[in-house]
Design a binder for this molecule. Structure first.
Ligand code: ASP
Ligand code: MG
Length: 402
């Protein structure tokens, strides 16, 4: 759709009435430039966390379907308040839940994927000259149950809406100026990146940099949605995310730290064909995303297998692992939440072996033990002791002169 801008405002940008009013003003400015505007919002401030706490006071492991029902209310509050603000400033506006704007997802609760967006309702409202406010993070499955897209999922809602409507631009508004070489709260010398490729930002997002929901970047890349990450508190340029970014000399783009992971180890698993398949297909069936995997060589008839997962999925993953261990007669299952994944990212990494050695050297300089290493063309990650994570991040950032 021509002249259409999709804007997404995160929870901190709409955390209170003052901020909601300011965001409303900003949306109206865009509209006044002759643009059609669709806005996707997250829940106010810490609402989602507060709702989770509330549920857990009743049941430590509440059912996923009811959690989706509960968490989706957070966004329903923010869309309606924002619409009230815009309307009171004299502009036509309508707020829509995920279901109302036809965001159809898979049946998985708490981490559903968007399958389709039936855009006719949004289009109709835009044609009527309205600003459209869409609830982020939520959709509806084929049973008409409310689903959510995983923590931070409003970014994905925004990119999906932008892709479905063929928007000219998707702007992600947050509380920092853009994508940084490292988390500026941890690394004081981190600098803002002006332009970065989808591929690099996807690796950064997937390795713990809290810039964007990883799925949103995957989707932006797939549908070639031009993305900008910028602050809702100022008018600075932000970071442009696009396909090809010309980079000279810059080999390493950023360093990220994921503290939100856990390691599960299964000891003395029989060394036989089909064992890894059995374990990881069971995890996949439970929709548990596995990241780093190591199988130790034991030189006997048994192996130890370790893997990392998102800490939010620990409970489920441990029960799958225990069931597996019982079935194959493994010795025991243990888990460790005291780990973090430290990564360096950059398209120059594949062509330059020195980067890995410099990374390991930096950890050696701090006397930090590496538990697991994994690499891709544009990334090197090490699993280390969580307690040393931040310090290591600062040191690596300096070592690579980012
Ligand atoms: N409100 C949801 C969360 O806090 C979704 C989002 O913020 O993107 O995870
Ligand atoms: Mg939030």
């Amino acid at each position: 759709m021509q002249d259409l801008i999709v804007q997404k405002y995160g929870g901190s940008s709409v955390a209170n009435v003052e901020r909601i009013k300011r965001v409303a003003g900003r949306i109206i400015e865009t509209k006044k430039k002759g643009k059609k505007v669709v806005v996707v919002v997250s829940a106010m401030g810490d609402t989602t966390d507060d709702l989770i706490d509330l549920a857990q006071k009743i049941n430590e492991h509440p059912p996923s379907r009811e959690m989706d029902m509960l968490l989706a209310t957070g966004e329903q509050v923010s869309i309606s308040l924002l619409a009230i603000a815009i309307q009171s400033m004299g502009h036509d506006v309508v707020s829509l839940t995920g279901a109302q704007c036809g965001i159809v997802t898979s049946n998985v609760h708490k981490r559903a994927r968007i399958n389709e967006i039936k855009t006719n309702r949004i289009e109709k409202e835009l044609e009527a000259g309205k600003i459209v406010i869409v609830a982020g993070f939520q959709g509806i499955n084929e049973n008409k149950d409310i689903t959510t897209l995983g923590r931070g999922g409003s970014d994905t809602s925004a990119v999906a809406v932008a892709a479905a409507l063929e928007a000219e631009l998707c702007e992600i508004y947050t509380d920092v100026d853009g994508v940084y070489t490292a988390d500026p709260r941890i690394v004081k010398t981190a600098s803002k990146i002006d332009e970065i490729s989808y591929e690099e930002v996807l690796e950064m997002a997937s390795t713990g940099a809290k810039v964007l929901h990883p799925r949103s970047v995957e989707m932006a890349e797939k549908f070639k949605v031009p993305l900008v990450v910028r602050s809702s508190y100022n008018y600075n340029e932000g970071t442009i995310i696009k396909e090809d970014v010309i980079m000279e000399k810059v080999l390493v783009r950023g360093v990220s730290l994921d503290e939100n992971i856990a390691k599960i180890s299964i000891f003395e698993v029989p060394d036989q064909p089909g064992i890894a398949f059995k374990l990881f297909s069971a995890l996949a069936k439970s929709n548990i995303h596995v990241d780093m995997i190591v199988q130790n060589v034991n030189r006997t008839a048994v192996n130890d297998i370790s893997f990392t997962i998102d800490v939010d999925e620990l409970q489920e993953a441990v029960s799958v692992a225990q069931k597996f261990a019982f079935e194959v007669n493994a010795q025991k299952v243990e888990y460790d939440q005291g780990v973090a994944k430290l990564s360096v990212i950059g398209t120059g990494i594949v062509a330059n072996a020195e980067i890995a050695s410099k990374f390991f050297e930096a950890l050696f300089e701090l006397g930090i033990n590496i538990q697991t290493i994994s690499t891709s063309e544009i990334k090197i990650s090490c699993l280390i002791d969580k307690e040393r994570g931040k310090e290591a991040m600062v040191h690596i950032h300096k070592k690579f002169d980012m």
